[in-house]
Design a protein around this ligand. Structure first.
Ligand SMILES: Cc1ncc(COP(=O)(O)O)c(C=O)c1O
Length: 423
């Protein structure tokens, strides 16, 4: 074989090798048209005359999730609805009704005023410590006589300094205030860290006639993220409970009475199923688990179903994906990854969300994102046409739910109503 021939042979062998490797690494076709569930939802959206990005809640799944949660608590714990993760008054109400609870955790002063006005029978625990000026704003705006903040509202206090600010506010206005103490059970997002701090704070509360100690709040979502090498979730959960017990015991010692009857709040969606009745808490909070965004696809929530979707119309459906400047490579790119063959431009985009149906859609990493008309790629197995619907799952609820206007409520057959979001 002459040198030219040998070179040609080696080049051909290299190309064949690379081709073989590419073939071996080539992803399979993951595309498929909408399954029946999404076909029915598409029909309902069309019949409702919707034609823009819409947040849809599957009401049957929402209520099924509420039933799972209620069953899981087995009557051992009260349930507190986390309003921030379900930011719509009718949505919060639907969950409260189904789980038969009046307990709400609220994170935002305007929402607190709305709840006091619209749901005056609720009992509210703040989920984060509010600047004292926000607390003052709540009282300034509060007119609803049926909601008595002195009885139905617990402010969350994370430090001695904040407690003194609240004591001053209570004194100035001569209003009784119930004080719940945030404790750090391992998340390290603030709150009281040790029982010495607790003793000082309890001293202030006990000596003020307007302040009442209402309980503790210890939140531990970090537990499910702890790697096995350092003990994993079981060890972290145990540690969190040990810290919680130390505060409960110290409070009982200091006060000389039981705190069992107070609000001992814990958990969130990722951890609520880890509670088995032996923990110091007497009530558990959760919100996201009721709609299950993708961040909550966790082993501890395996029996909850996704109940919230972004539905958006296809604007354009192209048989070939072309990236500006790389047009000659379109065929090669589609061969290398059959899931990049077609291009679908959707109405809106770049939400905190993951394409869900049809199967196998993804954002093109070279083309990038758009909030106006986002390109999604899919394989030749997907037959989407303009005006068809694409469904995505939000990664979280609290921010994403607020981006679409009223929530479309789907009963499995039709869009039955619209729930205003909290703005
Ligand atoms: C204090 C507190 N409790 C509970 C939760 C749980 O909310 P979710 O169930 O939506 O995760 C949160 C969420 O941020 C929180 O801050």
């Amino acid at each position: 074989m002459g040198s030219w021939n040998r070179r040609r042979f080696l080049t051909a062998a290299a190309v064949a090798g690379a081709g073989g490797l590419a073939l071996a690494l080539r992803p399979s076709d993951r595309g498929a048209n909408h399954a029946r569930y999404y076909m029915r939802m598409s029909k309902a959206l069309d019949e409702a005359g919707l034609a823009r990005p819409t947040l849809v809640i599957d009401q049957r799944r929402l209520l099924a999730n509420a039933d799972v949660l209620h069953r899981r608590l087995r009557g051992r714990y009260h349930y507190r609805v986390v309003a921030k993760s379900l930011p719509s008054l009718p949505l919060v109400e639907a969950v409260m009704q189904r789980t038969n609870t009046l307990r709400l955790m609220v994170f935002h002063q305007p929402f607190l005023n709305l709840v006091a006005e619209e749901l005056p029978r609720t009992v509210v625990l703040l989920g984060k410590p509010m600047p004292v000026a926000a607390a003052a704003a709540f009282y300034d705006l509060h007119v609803a006589r049926d909601f008595d903040p002195g009885r139905q509202l617990q402010w969350l206090i994370d430090s001695g300094a904040r407690l003194r600010q609240y004591r001053e506010l209570a004194g100035q206005r001569q209003i009784p205030m119930r004080i719940n103490l945030e404790i750090d059970v391992g998340l390290h997002r603030g709150g009281l860290r040790n029982v010495d701090e607790l003793a000082e704070v309890l001293e202030v509360i006990e000596h003020d006639p307007l302040l009442t100690f209402a309980g503790f709040m210890g939140y531990e979502p970090h537990v499910v993220k702890i790697p096995g090498i350092i003990g994993g979730p079981p060890r972290a959960f145990e540690r969190a409970q040990a810290v919680y017990w130390s505060f409960v015991n110290a409070a009982e010692k200091k006060l000389g009475r039981s705190v069992d009857n107070l609000t001992l709040n814990a958990a969130g969606s990722p951890t609520y199923q880890l509670y088995d009745g032996d923990e110091p808490a007497n009530e558990l909070s959760a919100g996201s688990a009721l709609v299950k965004p993708t961040d909550f696809d966790l082993d501890t929530l395996a029996d909850h179903q996704p109940a919230a979707f972004i539905a958006t119309p296809v604007i354009k459906a192209l048989d070939t994906t072309e990236v500006p400047g790389l047009e000659p490579l379109a065929g090669v790119m589609a061969w290398l990854n059959p899931n990049r063959r077609k291009a679908f431009f959707i109405y809106g985009g770049y939400w905190k969300a993951i394409p869900e149906s049809p199967a196998g859609l993804s954002v093109n990493p070279i083309y990038g994102h758009s909030t106006n008309q986002e390109m999604l790629n899919g394989s030749a197995s997907i037959d989407l046409a303009p005006d068809d619907w694409v469904f995505l799952r939000p990664t979280q609820s609290e921010h994403v739910f607020l981006q679409f206007g009223d929530i479309a409520v789907y009963d499995g057959t039709q869009i039955t109503t619209h729930w205003p979001i909290f703005t």
